[in-house]
Design a protein around this ligand. Structure first.
Ligand SMILES: [Zn+2]
Length: 291
């Protein structure tokens, strides 16, 4: 995608404190993309992926907010200029804000920008508990922050075969989708429904994730003139690569749909495509009505 350069005054970004050292791979309790990382952790760090995947039900759980103080007083421009990936993520964040704010205004729902925090390899206190880069990108509703270590993009490319800028935009736009769900109240509704019907908790979780995929596609679809040839294919390749069945197969596990948390490759591709082709978030809202 060809995105406009971000305006540093129009986005909330933060650099993680980091420096706490790698936690040894255990203890992951949140994180979208944690399933991806569980696979990578299994390969790189010798962690039993089942052990980490078992924590995924906690994905949307929140703990008491504990806002991070911004160390160093760096400006958004300084943080975003750190690397090409960081700049790209800041451009995406600015575009996502510009795309979604009017949609919220139109729907009469109060809009708030999320914060983007760049993790840098250490352990970090977040509104959702301790987090580390090894958990993959995630959104924390308690502090309305998208957490990402941009080295994840290299893993996405090298270990999951999902290359290209659109694959990277898909990741951040998906996390932004969870921010939308927090603002609209869908996230809370799903959490209540999960508590009332624990048997359907995983299915509901999958629908939440598919809706976030659809919102990611809808953002791109609403910015159709910025889409480059090949972007669609990059998105589909990424959506396929991070489908639960593909990840389970890749980890040498039996494919067990009852343990899906994000949806199959086919479901994720379909959800992203629905948003992309329609550019209409109302289409994405219908995903939650499939229960
Ligand atoms: Zn997610």
């Amino acid at each position: 995608m060809r995105l406009n350069p971000f305006n540093p005054d129009s986005i909330n970004v933060r650099r993680g404190g980091g420096g706490g050292g790698f936690p040894g791979g255990g203890g992951g309790r949140l994180g979208c993309g944690a399933i991806v990382i569980a696979l990578i952790a299994a390969v790189v760090f010798g962690v039993d992926p089942g052990q980490m995947l078992g924590t995924m039900d906690d994905l949307q759980q929140t703990q008491s907010p504990q806002q991070q103080q911004q160390p160093g007083g760096e400006t958004a421009a300084e943080i975003c200029d750190d690397s090409a990936y960081a700049t790209e993520a800041c451009n995406a964040l600015a575009s996502l804000n510009q795309t979604w704010e009017p949609a919220f205004q139109q729907a009469g729902i109060e809009f708030q920008q999320p914060t983007l925090e760049f993790l840098s390899g250490g352990v970090e206190s977040t509104g959702c508990g301790q987090a580390s880069s090894a958990m993959g990108p995630f959104y924390c509703p308690a502090d309305q922050t998208i957490y990402i270590d941009t080295s994840f993009y290299d893993q996405l490319d090298r270990e999951l075969g999902a290359a290209g800028d659109f694959a990277r935009y898909y990741v951040i736009a998906h996390e932004y989708g969870h921010h939308i769900q927090a603002l609209t109240g869908i996230a809370n509704q799903v959490r209540s429904a999960q508590q009332q019907n624990p048997g359907a908790a995983n299915q509901l979780q999958v629908l939440m994730e598919l809706q976030a995929d659809c919102y990611a596609g809808a953002w791109a679809g609403k910015n159709r003139n910025a889409i480059d040839p090949g972007d669609f294919e990059e998105g589909m390749t990424a959506a396929s690569a991070i489908g639960d069945d593909a990840l389970m197969r890749g980890a040498g596990q039996r494919v067990s749909p009852e343990n899906f948390t994000h949806g199959s490759s086919a479901q994720r591709m379909q959800a992203l495509r629905l948003g992309l082709e329609s550019g209409d978030d109302v289409q994405c809202d219908k995903i939650m009505q499939r229960t």
